[in-house]
Design a protein around this ligand. Structure first.
Ligand SMILES: NC(=O)c1ccc[n+]([C@@H]2O[C@H](COP(=O)([O-])OP(=O)(O)OC[C@H]3O[C@@H](n4cnc5c(N)ncnc54)[C@H](O)[C@@H]3O)[C@@H](O)[C@H]2O)c1
Length: 354
């Protein structure tokens, strides 16, 4: 019989309510046993809404619950390091929201705790679990593309700043703007599809042009907000970032991320391989190949899956089957270092060697 898992959720906001709680509750033999939020009334309301038996105002109280064996971290980025390390050292397996931490030094500390404890640790990158990602990863792993030597990746919003005036736009709580918030998704996915080569240098720029005319992007959704949540703060992060990343194997990646900018709203990437290429955008996946001397465009017909559910199901399977999570320590650290490199390069105006 599958091992019974009891999950404690840290942070009762948008992603806990839209992704983690329901994702865990859908897996047979998994119970969401407790939730915490410093906004205690919110923890209580969310516990009631989802039928979670215990709620607390502090994550340490969740860790005191002896029957909890899995922790899911859904708090603002600033708290991930402390909470992930405490959860790992207390013997729990951990699913941690992206970005894993504020910078690569913090990520290194978390990964040290992972290797000390041998617990499962996965970073929540749901886009790795779409049907397109799984199909493309298989094709690339089987050599259908040859080396993927160049990629373009972007996650652009025309107007849409999450939690405007809250922790998302407060640098000491978020670590940055769209780059670390949504750029991280498309960076991780593209880099992973490229075969996770070792990054060696980064050139980056950041801009902040919409501070005075910023509009809230509708995330976290109104039904997941609660009286006591604060959105009256500052906007002190970038609203657009772009980067050029070089890898040890000679490959390169161009990355763009924005919360606001005069462009289309889109999440897309192109992969350029020696034998084939691919593009995924809102209309789906196209694989650019060649057959019988003719250039071909294959449009893949794939189901739409709930990527949060798929990610959480996979994490539970990793625990039950005792296999490594999809995000390896080397990949988690590489993504952290690339993000940090972009911010350092933007601040200094120089290319950063990783
Ligand atoms: N994977 C995804 O697609 C995705 C989507 C959105 C957000 N996220 C990530 O999830 C995390 C949470 O984002 P969100 O959108 O749910 O934000 P949110 O503001 O909706 O929720 C965060 C919650 O954490 C609570 N909180 C504040 N300090 C805390 C602490 N010290 N301990 C525990 N809880 C604390 C807040 O009161 C709030 O209820 C962030 O790291 C974010 O980057 C991931």
């Amino acid at each position: 019989m599958a091992k019974k898992l009891r999950v404690g959720i840290i942070g009762a906001g948008g992603i806990a309510q839209a992704g983690h709680i329901l994702g865990f509750q859908k897996v047979p033999g998994v119970e969401v046993a407790a939730i915490c939020d410093p906004n205690f009334a919110k923890a209580g309301a969310v516990a009631k809404k989802f039928g979670i038996p215990k709620n607390f105002d502090d994550y340490r109280k969740v860790l005191e619950q002896k029957d909890i064996n899995v922790i899911s971290i859904c708090s603002p980025n600033y708290f991930h390091k402390e909470q992930a390390i405490a959860a790992l050292l207390s013997g729990r397996d951990v699913l941690c929201e992206k970005p894993v931490s504020m910078n690569s030094a913090e990520t290194g500390e978390i990964l040290k705790a992972v290797s000390q404890t041998g617990r499962k640790f996965m970073v929540a990158f749901p886009h790795r679990f779409s049907a397109v990602s799984i199909f493309l990863k298989k094709l690339i792993s089987e050599g259908e593309f040859g080396q993927v030597y160049y990629a373009r990746a972007n996650c652009l919003r025309r107007r849409g700043i999450p939690g405007l005036g809250g922790w998302f736009t407060t640098k000491k709580l978020s670590g940055g703007g769209p780059l670390i918030d949504i750029g991280v998704h498309i960076l991780d996915k593209t880099y992973w599809l490229m075969g996770a080569p070792k990054p060696i240098s980064v050139t980056g720029v950041t801009f902040q042009k919409f501070k005075e005319v910023a509009t809230d992007g509708g995330w976290p959704s109104l039904e997941t907000r609660h009286p006591g949540d604060k959105y009256d703060g500052v906007f002190e992060v970038e609203d657009l970032a772009a980067a050029f990343i070089r890898f040890e194997n000679g490959a390169a990646l161009v990355l763009e991320a924005s919360w606001a900018g005069n462009s289309e709203t889109v999440m897309t990437y192109n992969l350029f391989g020696e034998k084939a290429g691919a593009r995924e955008d809102t209309s789906g996946l196209t694989v650019f190949g060649e057959k019988g001397g003719v250039l071909t465009d294959m449009v893949a017909s794939l189901p739409v899956v709930n990527v949060y559910d798929a990610e959480i199901k996979d994490f539970v399977s990793c625990i039950r089957e005792d296999r490594p999570p999809s995000t390896t320590p080397a990949q988690v650290l590489a993504v952290s270092r690339m993000l940090e490199g972009v911010y350092k390069s933007a601040a200094t105006g120089k290319e950063i060697s990783l």
